[in-house]
Ligand binder design. Structure first.
Ligand code: MN
Length: 197
């Protein structure tokens, strides 16, 4: 997919999101995963996996399942640049995805059945996450063509053992700054106020 769709949706002279110019070297380190909690028009969690130099991305409206066998709808969205994985802040009103973003979790992941890119192409990826909040096995399964012809609907499933439930304090705070979505939103408004005086 590359970053063509990502760039076409955004005006980088207005949004504070990364433009994706930077080339990040690929070492033998384990690939990254991140989850961002995003208070856009509808609150959702963005689940992102580093695959071949980009972040493969899914929007998960109801959050990451932790009880064995639980399934959550995960809509695949455009690939994002790797440096997006460090982003938290406020996407300005009027821009694509406007609203506050916190870095909800980050770490590394291990694909369980060979290359992640091949597994995603085949519609089934089993992985182990090593994050601050999320640790253990999950799977992503592409749903069969639905009646409306959408092919971007996946299920994020808690496989393996049940993980500890996410406490509301953990659910509300950034692993990067310890701040909540509303604190991020307020800090930016405060910062901008002098420009409007
Ligand atoms: Mn989002």
């Amino acid at each position: 997919m590359g970053l063509r769709v990502y760039k076409s949706k955004r005006n980088f002279s207005e949004t504070v999101e990364p433009a994706g110019w930077k080339q990040v070297g690929r070492g033998r380190r384990q690939p990254a995963f991140v989850v961002q909690k995003h208070a856009a028009r509808r609150l959702h969690y963005d689940f992102r996996l580093e695959v071949d130099g980009v972040l493969k991305s899914w929007a998960v409206p109801k959050g990451i399942p932790t009880a064995q066998g639980d399934k959550r709808l995960a809509m695949q969205v455009e690939d994002h640049p790797l440096e997006y994985g460090g982003f938290e802040g406020v996407i300005p009103a009027g821009n694509y995805g406007a609203g506050s973003v916190i870095l909800w979790d980050r770490g590394t992941y291990e694909p369980q059945d060979g290359r992640a890119a091949t597994a995603i192409e085949g519609g089934k990826l089993s992985l182990v996450l090593h994050g601050k909040k999320l640790n253990g096995h999950w799977s992503l399964i592409r749903m069969r063509h639905s009646n409306d012809g959408k092919e971007n609907a996946w299920l994020l499933i808690k496989t393996g053992e049940t993980s500890p439930a996410i406490t509301s304090r953990k659910d509300n705070t950034s692993v990067k700054s310890g701040r909540t979505l509303s604190q991020i939103g307020k800090s930016v408004k405060h910062f901008l106020r002098p420009r409007h005086v």
